[in-house]
Structure formats: C-alpha cells, structure tokens
Design a protein around this ligand. Structure first.
Ligand SMILES: Nc1nc2c(c(=O)[nH]1)N[C@H]1C(S)=C(S)[C@@H](COP(=O)(O)OP(=O)(O)OC[C@H]3O[C@@H](n4cnc5c(=O)[nH]c(N)nc54)[C@H](O)[C@@H]3O)O[C@H]1N2
Ligand SMILES: Nc1nc2c(c(=O)[nH]1)N[C@H]1C(S)=C(S)[C@@H](COP(=O)(O)OP(=O)(O)OC[C@H]3O[C@@H](n4cnc5c(=O)[nH]c(N)nc54)[C@H](O)[C@@H]3O)O[C@H]1N2
Ligand code: SF4
Ligand SMILES: [Mo]
Length: 859
C-alpha cells in the first residue's frame, strides 16, 4: 500500500509517521526522532481521523454559510473595528498546533499590516518562561539540545517533566540508553511520583516551586567546591559573580528536601561532566518560571556544560509546532524570525522585506491580558485559531464570559463543538492533520513535513489559506497571495537570512533551495552543528549571561494546593484523542489524586467524589486515593471540558497569576479547599447514542460500542427512567427495570426490538460493576434480565482499567498474570501481550510489578 511520510500531530517529540488513507498508521523507521516507534496516542491516530463531530462548513451565528460571504464578513468586521477603535482593538489567539506556514502569515498580517502586536498563542501557557530564560541567558531563544544528547548523557535531571506520559518516545529512548549503559543516572524532580519517577535512580520530591532554591543551592555548591569552569566563564559568560552571590543568599532547604538529599544530588551533579537537565511545565508554569529556567541555565553556564555531546539544558517543547511558532515570532513580544520587536533596525528590516504599510512598534497583549482586555470591552474583534482558551486558560469560566463580551468572535477549528467554538459568531472549518500540508519544528529544532494523505472533507480549508484570504480581503492582495504552503515557507526562509545578517541564531539558509515536496526531516542551522560549544552567544558582546535569581518565599496556606497536568492517553481538551475508545479506557473519568491521610481526614473512600472549590469556582472529580501525591497536594488532569463533563474543567479554579516576566500562568499551583461531595445517588450508563454529561455530576466518554457516562446527584430524581432517557437520548425503546431487595439499587435496560441500546445502573453508593462488561452488551441481543443480572457483570471477568491501550489489556488481567508468575515487564508481555506494541505502558507495567507485594486495600 501507498503510505505517506508525515509527522505526528501531538507532542513536541515530533515522531515520523507513515500513514494511509485507510487508517494505517506506522512509525517511520527513517525519522530521526523516533526511528519507527510511536506512543499510544500516535499509534491510535487512525481512530481519530473519521469525520464524526467535524466542522465541515463555515457557520455564521450557528447557520451554514458560504465561504466568500463569510470571509468578506470577517474582513469587514476587522477593518471596521480597526477604523473605529484602532489596530489594538483586534486580536488573534493562535496555537503551537498550527503549522509554520499558518503561523507565519497570521503573524505577518497582524504585526506588519494591521499594525498591532496583539497576536499571542497558547505557547504563552506552555513555553513563554523558557523563551524568557533563553533570551536573558543567551540573547536569543535558542534551544541548544538534541535527542542524541539524552542518549549520551551520564546524568539526566528531569525537572517538572512527566516525560513517560508526555514525551513517551523520548522517554523510551532514554530508557533504552540506560538499559545499555546501566551507569547512566536519572534524577526526577517533581512533587509527585509519576510514571517517569519509575525510571529514576533518585526522586527528589521538591516542595512547590522549590526549584530556584534547589538550583541556587547547586550553584553555590559548585562555587564552594571549586567545580566552576573558570575558563569557560572568563571567555563566554558575564554575570557569574552576582549570580553566585545571590545564589548563596538562598536557603536550599526551602526546596523542601533534606540535607542528605541535597548533598547527594549536588555531589552527583558536580562529579558528572555529561549532564542534561530536561525541564518542562513544572518549571515553566509557575510564578517563578522564568527564574527557574535561569537558575538551571546558570549551573550549566558556570560549568561550561553546554553545547557539547551529552551536555546541556534542554527545555522540551509540548506541542508539535511550539518550536516553529517561536521561530516565526508568533508571541506578542517577538517580531518575526527571532527578531526583536523593540529593535528599530529589526523592525525596518522586516517592514522592508514585507513591504508593509505599518509595523507594530511595541509588544502586544499576552494571552491572559488579551482575555482581560476582552472582558474590559477593549477588544472588538477576536480570531481564535486551533486552541480552546475557554478550557485551557486560567479562570476558564471568566475567559468564557470575556469571549462573550467581544462583539465579533471568529473560531477556526476542525471540530463543530468545542467550548470555545460554542461562543463564536463565526466558525471556520479548518483542514486537520492528514488533510493539509506544511512544516513543523520539534524539540530538537528539526523541521519535518506534515503531508496530506486524506481527501479534504466538506468545505474545510487549510488555516494558512483562510488567513491569507482574509488578508487579501482586508486590502493587502500582494502580501497575501500565495499559491501554496511551499511559497509561504520560501518567504519565511528568505526572511531568516535577514535575521542571520543581524547575527541572530535563526538561520534557515540550508532550506533555501529545498525541495519542499520531498523535504526530509532536517535540523537547523545545519545537521550536526552545535550551538554554544565555543561560546558564540547572541548578546551584543557574544557572551552569555548568568542571572542573579532569588527563590520565592514559600507560601504556607492551610488549604490544599491543586497541581494540574496530563494523562498518558489524552491530548489537552480531548477533541481528537477523546474519539478513540481505547485511549479513553486508560483513565476514563476526571479524577483528583489525593493522599490517603487527607482522604481519611475528609472521610473520603475509594470511588467517592470530591468537590474542590475556591472563590473562582467549583469542580467535582472522582477521588483517586494514592501516595503518588503528598499530603495537602492534589493533582488533577487538565483534559475535561464542558463537552464531556458537568463540573470537571479544572481551570475554572485557576486564578490568573502569571510569571511577571513571561506572562505564563502558574497552572500548577491552585489554592483550593476540598470536601467529600455528598451525593445521595450514583449512576453509570452505557449506551449506543451519545450520552449527555448534563447532570448534577456527569462525565462521559467514548466506548467501543458507543458511549458511557458516570453520574451522581445530591437529590434523587422523581423518575429514574425519565432521567435515563434524557441523558442517554433514548426517546423510543422498551424499558425493563430491576430493583434489589432493599429497593435502593435500580437498574434499567433499554431495548430497541431485541437489541440492547442502553443500560443505566443507580445506587446509593458509587456504582460497582464491570464497566467493560456493560459496554460489551450494548448493541447485542441480550435479553433484559440477563443484561441487568449480577452486581459486577455476573460471572464475567473484569479486565479492569486499560493499561495497554494498543492491545487493550486491563489492570486485572495483568494482576492475574503477575499472580500466575510473570515477574518482569517482558514476562508480562509474553503472558498478556501488554507493552509489546508501542511500549508506552511499560512504566506502568513496571509499577504494577513493583506494587504487587503491597496490600491492595485502596484499590
Ligand atoms: N499525553 C499527553 N502528552 C502531552 C500533552 C498532552 O496533553 N497529553 N501535551 C503536550 C504539551 S502541550 C506539553 S506543554 C507537555 C507537558 O509535559 P510535562 O510538563 O511533562 O507535563 P505536565 O503533566 O503538565 O507537568 C509535569 C510535571 O510537573 C510537576 N510539577 C508541578 N509543580 C512543580 C514544581 O513546582 N516543581 C517541579 N519540579 N515540578 C512540578 C507535576 O507534578 C507534573 O508531574 O506535554 C506534551 N505531551
Ligand atoms: N490547568 C492547566 N491548564 C493548562 C495546562 C496545564 O498543564 N494545566 N497546560 C497548558 C498548555 S502547556 C497548553 S499547550 C494548553 C493547550 O490547550 P489548548 O490549545 O486550548 O488545547 P487543545 O485541545 O490542544 O486545543 C486545540 C484545538 O485546535 C483544534 N484543532 C486541531 N487541529 C486543528 C487544525 O489543524 N486547525 C485548526 N484551526 N484547529 C485545529 C482542536 O480541535 C482543538 O479544539 O493548555 C494549557 N492549559
Ligand atoms: S511521542 Fe507519541 S505523541 Fe509524541 S510525537 Fe511521538 S507518537 Fe506523537
Ligand atoms: Mo503545552
């Protein structure tokens, strides 16, 4: 079969994929990011490319509309707002998930033609602190690391990164390197235990935001033990002394670690030349995010551990094109192609190159401020492209209200219903992954082609083309007439030579004569060229800066701190991964991790619901009682939205506290109070039709046979059948009801003829039954009594929550295999086939093996 070479649309690892129109998905053995391997999300891509739920025509005020009229309307509304209220009354909010070509033209339109810099992106929530840290230290936003460095390092320090779940193929590459060189050491710095911790030799359970104290302590230790690289500092670094003096003032114990833990870590770091420090959102998403980055960079600069194989700081990017967006200058405080908006020479150069009528002269609104300006009535026209701010920004309900206040809102998405799309005046159908062409840059600066392998559905159009069409209609025909993404790419590459002339890092000259159609994955500035080995930084004097940073004062509250992040098998707001039943089966319901001691204090037992609240809002989530989190620290995933839940979008609780330098929200640090949610009834539903989450408590997900939902309420409804029909969208159909002796448990089965179309189980306690068994009955001709028999699927073995998403192996099956003698990850693979496809679940298999001896009380 003819397979197309493309790249995965999820994380910043940027794995190569071979894809076919029939849904065939394979890892590309030739792609240097993954050499053929994919994680569970990548492997399930074939299940997410169907057209269910897609937006296929433009819509104006909810009604299908014609493309030409819609584009005219957008151009007219934007032009009117600019004429009446000035260029800063309009804004674009973009995403690290659009392609470089999309990003380039959107940035060009706003900064060079509309003349405002109100173009920001969800990278503000993701990479902004790293960008600040890099620019302060290096003079540009340069990421010097490569994936091979990770394999060559003798010590990898993972700070605030759950690599096993969030960059699984990189995690696998590290695990494989460690298996080959068992002396390699891995330190994981994270307040919780995660799947990543399981690979680590040392887990440092740092206190919230203790990172600056920890790395300042390291810098002081390096200075005190004669471990600085004085030659490197003399030749290539400014600011060493003030940084070290400041570092000495901090008390490393404010990291929450014991003196023994600190000295073990400091000694290991000091005595190992080849150190890579990988960091991600535990660093960036913090009020002290930028300072955390510089505290880490200081240690690498002070020892010259940068720019040589197996060495260096490495901020891994989250989204597939987070890096490309930074390169084109998609953030409100950048210009284009790593040039600076505040620098008049840079501005003139870009303006000449674009031949543009105007050029914004100062930074625009950063994401949180942009939506505040919406709330304040200052933004008259807003265009959101490929991101879901009504879920992913802090104070999500406030953001939704702010969007409602904007007189004219355009949302470009691939899906018909999203929490943000639901607020739009105009919805634009974008072509999605597999349907469009362009380039993305991964975490190691490697540019790869995304290629179309599917027909364009309905009237969808690629984002770059929609943006250019609007630019042309706003009056800038010459600047926005491109025949193809290849032409956009060529212009972007040409502008980067100007950037190189200014002595900036972004030099794409190797792409000048590139054969776009057949472009092979290529790292800039040149495969194999390293940044910074011999200095060569981008401050005017060519030197790097060590920056004095001081640890934030630890704040002691008496409530709980809610930390947030990701699940292995879901991507952000689940618009795509939520379609794949086998991905949903890993962790099907919104949950909050709570320590057993806190659970006991709050009288919470397994299966209970927990209500989290603060002055911003309330969320209700299922309790997951585990010592993976510590006392008074909760953790909840960010994935659930208003589409799948009644109360589980956690950003509802987040306040808009940001890092003062980067404007990045402190998404990992939310003050809440917690209590047991006093439900008087709990329900579970499995059905053929889409189920609604619209209940006092409700959360739904896809299954292999349709949909399922978890429900609960404070008061029992008068009529269970009416509630069930309503939630499960069952108008017609016979119902059969079974009650237990006490009359407290009710079970309903709905049939259409002989076919089971819905099952609903109600109980005064959390419903205990085999979900997978109930799901398997939907669509079959099982008679009512049999369908409702037995508390837990009668005699059916329950495979339990899915651990291996590729081969659908559940936790109970795995426990049984361990009980039967499987004593290693490989043996579990032989016995159950778990972990033998993509391997993303191997950390969890290892954990199951490790935990097996323990009493299984909590589960
Ligand atoms: N499966 C999956 N993978 C993804 C994504 C996804 O949605 N799903 N999204 C992608 C994107 S856009 C991104 S940005 C990346 C994010 O990738 P990661 O940053 O690895 O993931 P997170 O779960 O957000 O957070 C990482 C860890 O930071 C820890 N942390 C919290 N506070 C602190 C602190 O004060 N100090 C330290 N040292 N650690 C702390 C948390 O406990 C958490 O385990 O993942 C990418 N990959
Ligand atoms: N509490 C908390 N909040 C967080 C985080 C956290 O850790 N904790 N992490 C933050 C981070 S790092 C990130 S990156 C953000 C992510 O948050 P968002 O960017 O808001 O989340 P996504 O679900 O990825 O949104 C992408 C949207 O683009 C649509 N889409 C997909 N492909 C295309 C396309 O080709 N064109 C168009 N036009 N649309 C498309 C999808 O259907 C979806 O609606 O969340 C941030 N918010
Ligand atoms: S690690 Fe997984 S999600 Fe990330 S790019 Fe590779 S296959 Fe896609
Ligand atoms: Mo991100």
């Amino acid at each position: 079969m003819n397979l197309t070479k493309t790249v995965c649309p999820y994380c910043g690892v940027g794995c190569g994929v071979l894809a076919g129109a029939d849904g065939t998905i394979k890892g590309d053995p030739e792609h240097p990011a993954n050499f053929g391997r994919l994680c569970s999300k990548g492997a399930a891509l074939g299940e997410t490319i169907d057209l269910e739920g897609r937006l296929l025509t433009p819509k104006v005020n909810g009604k299908d509309a014609d493309w030409d009229e819609t584009l005219d309307l957008i151009a007219e509304q934007f032009n009117t707002a600019i004429r009446e209220h000035g260029p800063d009354s309009v804004a674009f909010y973009l995403s690290g998930q659009i392609l470089t070509e999309d990003y380039y033209v959107a940035n060009k339109l706003m900064k060079g033609f509309i003349g405002s810099a109100n173009v920001d992106t969800n990278s503000r929530l993701c990479m902004a602190s790293s960008v600040v840290g890099h620019k302060r230290a290096f003079g540009t936003d340069t990421v010097p690391g490569t994936y091979e460095d990770l394999e060559q390092a003798d010590l990898i320090v993972l700070v605030g990164s759950n690599l096993a779940w969030c960059h699984p193929v990189l995690h696998h590459r590290i695990a494989a390197a460690k298996a080959e060189r068992p002396n390699m050491r891995i330190v994981n710095i994270d307040p919780r235990k995660t799947a990543t911790t399981d690979l680590a030799d040392i887990h440092l359970r740092i206190a919230k935001d203790g990172d600056v104290a920890l790395f300042n302590g390291l810098l002081a230790h390096l200075a005190d033990t004669g471990a600085l690289n004085n030659d490197y500092i003399r030749d290539h670094v400014e600011g060493g002394l003030p940084a070290i003096t400041q570092a000495r003032l901090d008390d490393p114990s404010e990291s929450g670690l014991t003196p023994q833990e600190l000295s073990d870590f400091y000694q290991l770091w000091t005595s190992t030349q080849k150190v890579v420090t990988v960091y991600s959102q535990g660093v960036n998403q913090s009020e002290s995010g930028s300072d955390k980055v510089n505290a880490i960079l200081n240690c690498h600069l002070a020892t010259g551990r940068i720019g040589t194989p197996g060495c260096g700081p490495f901020s891994v990017t989250g989204q597939p094109n987070a890096m490309g967006g930074r390169e084109v200058g998609g953030l409100a405080n950048m210009l284009a192609n790593h040039l600076d908006i505040e620098n008049p020479d840079h501005r003139d150069c870009v303006q000449n190159f674009w031949n543009s009528p105007t050029m914004s002269t100062q930074a625009g609104l950063k994401a949180v401020d942009m939506f505040q300006a919406c709330a304040d009535g200052k933004i008259k026209a807003l265009w959101v492209i490929s991101t879901n701010p009504a879920v992913s920004l802090p104070d999500a309900d406030g953001v939704a209200e702010a969007i409602k206040k904007v007189p004219f809102v355009v949302v470009s998405d691939i899906m018909a219903r999203t929490d943000t799309g639901d607020l739009a005046d105009v919805l634009l159908p974008a072509t999605g992954w597999g349907e469009k062409d362009g380039t993305v840059t991964n975490s190691e600066r490697r540019i790869s082609r995304q290629r179309a392998f599917l027909p364009v559905p309905g009237q969808a159009r690629p984002d770059w083309e929609i943006i250019c069409d609007v630019g042309v209609r706003m009056g800038w025909k010459d600047a926005f007439t491109f025949a193809s993404p290849a032409e956009v790419f060529a212009e972007y590459v040409a502008l980067s030579s100007a950037s190189a002339d200014f002595g900036r890092d972004l030099d794409l000259s190797i792409f000048a004569d590139a054969d776009y159609a057949n472009l092979i994955p290529t790292q800039w500035p040149k495969d194999g060229k390293r940044f910074f080995a011999d200095g060569g930084f981008y401050h005017p004097d060519g030197k790097a800066r060590m920056l004095p940073v001081c640890a934030p004062t630890p704040c002691e509250g008496d409530g709980f701190i809610l930390n947030t992040g990701r699940n292995r098998d879901q991507w952000h707001t689940m618009t795509r991964t939520g379609k794949a039943p086998r991905l949903g089966a890993h962790l099907a319901e919104p949950y909050v991790e709570i320590h057993p001691v806190d659970a006991a204090k709050l009288d919470i037992t397994a299966g209970d619901l927990i209500e989290l609240s603060n002055p911003k809002g309330t969320s209700v989530l299922r309790a997951l009682i585990t010592d993976r989190t510590t006392e008074r620290q909760l953790f909840a995933p960010m994935h659930w939205t208003r589409q799948q839940s009644s109360k589980a979008w956690v950003n509802n609780l987040a306040s808009s506290v940001v890092d003062p330098f980067s404007g990045q929200p402190a998404s990992k640090n939310i003050n809440v109070t917690a209590r047991r949610y006093g439900a008087s009834w709990y329900g579970y539903a499995a059905g053929l039709n889409p189920i609604s989450p619209d209940c006092t408590y409700g959360a739904i997900s896809r299954t292999l046979t349709g949909w399922q939902g978890e429900f609960a309420g404070l008061d029992a409804p008068e009529n269970w059948e009416a509630l069930a029909r309503d939630l499960m969208d069952i108008g017609q159909g016979d119902v059969s009801e079974v009650r237990d002796n006490t009359g407290q448990q009710t079970r309903l089965a709905f049939h259409d003829g002989d076919q089971v179309i819905g099952l609903f189980f109600i109980s005064p306690k959390p419903v205990s039954l085999s979900r997978s068994h109930a799901v398997s009955l939907i669509g079959t001709e099982t008679p009512p009594l049999l369908a409702l028999a037995g508390q837990s699927g009668a005699d059916q073995p329950d495979p339990g929550a899915t651990i291996c998403a590729c081969l659908n192996v559940g936790v109970n099956t795995l426990r049984q295999a361990i009980a039967d003698g499987a004593n290693s990850v490989d043996a579990l693979g032989d016995a159950t086939s778990a972990g033998t496809n993509c391997g993303s679940c191997k950390p969890e298999l290892a954990r199951l093996l490790a935990d097996f001896q323990l009493p299984m009380a909590a589960e």
